[in-house]
Design a protein around this ligand. Structure first.
Ligand code: FUL
Length: 455
């Protein structure tokens, strides 16, 4: 029998244990592998490319879809030159035109001059990606301004039939992209009217998500409510300054989530949903000749890189092919310049071979001392958490030893996650310390890197 006076210390210990090790939401192995890609790409291409629009109305004649020099391998080579590890093709955008010869509609490449109506652009795309070692993703717009049944239950059957085609006939698909634009005016089989849907109920997403996972068990589903990858609430490619991969999925609705919440995440959430930062290399998602002078420069892309990959997000960069069916020369050149910039900044890790010592600071915080073995000058600090064990850190600072026993704060921030890149004023030091000021559970740092950009 436990003596009464022993019960209290035992209870107190149990309570303490609960307090120090709270439940930690973890990513799946598939999500970790996805995050490690860091940068992926989008290909927005459809009838809009030929009508100069961003959103087709749904009444476009398939005959206008006529890329004369289309070369999916050129897209893939451009993406690879920019460091992207996967491409996602708009198999169907809001206009409803299908880039593959779907058996469920006439509104597709089969009624276009492309490859004399015998073409299958999804197949060409998939083949090109696989040939050059890129993962494949597909975008199938839930909103369809062409289909006569949009807004009625019959359309949901049509949509799922199309998913079945895409997810069974083209081998392994790494990601499926469900955008959040939903309902409004359109052609709708000639009705030319406005159709509104209830975003919460119309699509019956749980059934569709189960179907997708049944057809492709390893696939990652993107939407602004996940379940695997989520929108970050803007189309500038910027994750929040504080950015949690964890979020509460009960607060999310596909097509109707709070963008501020998505942009920050929630350390008390119940789900790990990777943040994906989408942005186009041009102002529009589709190619417009009028935007040839507005392609983002390598420097602008670098800024986006810091605010996406550098804040624990995955960058999704759109490269829209032109009317030839090729990615424009300027876009290719700027992508190459972007990758060259990344390679130049992160060429040499000055913390390579440094010894790391984990200890308690005077005020009982965890700190990591980095002994550099001699003075090193740097202006970038890269930190990473062991995300397999969850995202834990919510506040930290970095200090450099600037004199005997004299420490100067050079950076401070909130979250780290898979990767945090901090740009700092150039500093020279032999010792550095990362002080973890707040963390959900004991902090686990997996990476400390130091780099000098030369800028
Ligand atoms: C949005 C769409 O409305 C845009 O046209 C674009 O495809 C973007 C990536 O997603 O929801």
């Amino acid at each position: 029998m436990v003596k009464k006076y022993l019960i209290f210390p035992v209870l107190a210990l149990l309570l303490l244990a609960c307090k120090t090790e709270t439940i930690q939401v973890l990513p799946s192995a598939e999500q970790v592998a996805y995050q490690q890609m860091e940068m992926v790409g989008f290909i927005h291409f459809t009838v809009n490319t030929f009508t100069d629009k961003e959103w087709g109305y749904g009444d476009e004649d398939p005959a206008i879809f006529n890329p004369t020099q289309l070369d999916a391998e050129q897209w893939v080579k451009a993406a690879k030159a920019g460091g992207l590890k996967q491409l996602i093709l708009t198999a169907k955008h809001h206009d409803g035109f299908c880039l593959w010869p779907s058996t469920y509609t006439e509104h597709s490449v089969k009624n276009s001059p492309f490859r004399d109506g015998q073409g299958d652009l999804v197949q060409e795309f998939v083949d090109a990606c696989r040939k050059h070692g890129l993962k494949v993703g597909l975008y199938l717009s839930p909103w369809d301004r062409n289909h006569k049944d949009y807004g009625n239950p019959e359309y949901i059957t049509y949509y799922r039939n199309q998913l079945r085609e895409l997810l069974t006939n083209y081998g392994e698909i790494n990601e499926i992209w469900f955008d959040g634009a939903n309902g409004g005016d359109g052609y709708y089989g000639g009705a030319n009217e406005i159709r509104r849907i209830d975003r919460e109920t119309y699509y019956d997403w749980p059934t569709t998500i189960a179907l997708v996972k049944e057809l492709q068990p390893g696939i990652k589903i993107f939407s602004d409510a996940g379940p695997d990858i989520r929108w970050v609430g803007n189309e500038h490619g910027h994750a929040g300054e504080t950015f949690w991969s964890v979020i509460d999925n009960e607060k999310l609705v596909i097509g109707a989530s709070d963008s501020k919440y998505l942009n920050r995440g929630d350390p008390d959430g119940n789900s790990w949903i990777i943040g994906q930062c989408d942005v186009s290399i041009r102002p529009g998602w589709f190619y417009h000749a009028s935007e040839d002078s507005l392609v983002k420069t390598p420097e602008q892309l670098m800024e986006i890189y810091y605010k996406s990959v550098g804040r624990n997000g995955v960058l999704l960069l759109n490269l829209p092919p032109d009317r030839r069916g090729l990615i424009h020369e300027t876009d290719v050149a700027n992508l190459e310049g972007f990758k060259a910039n990344i390679d130049a900044v992160f060429a040499e890790d000055l913390a390579e071979g440094a010894s790391l010592l984990r200890q308690k600071s005077k005020d009982n915080l965890v700190e990591i001392i980095v002994e550099l073995g001699g003075p090193k000058r740097f202006d970038h600090i890269v930190l990473g958490e062991t995300i397999e064990k969850g995202q834990r850190i919510s506040c930290f600072r970095v200090e450099a030893e600037t004199g005997e026993g004299e420490w100067t704060k050079i950076a401070e921030a909130t979250t780290i996650g898979y990767k945090r890149i901090l740009q700092v004023e150039p500093v020279t030091t032999s010792r550095l310390r990362v002080v973890i000021e707040a963390s959900k559970n004991p902090p686990l740092i997996s990476e400390v890197g130091l780099y000098l950009s030369g800028n």
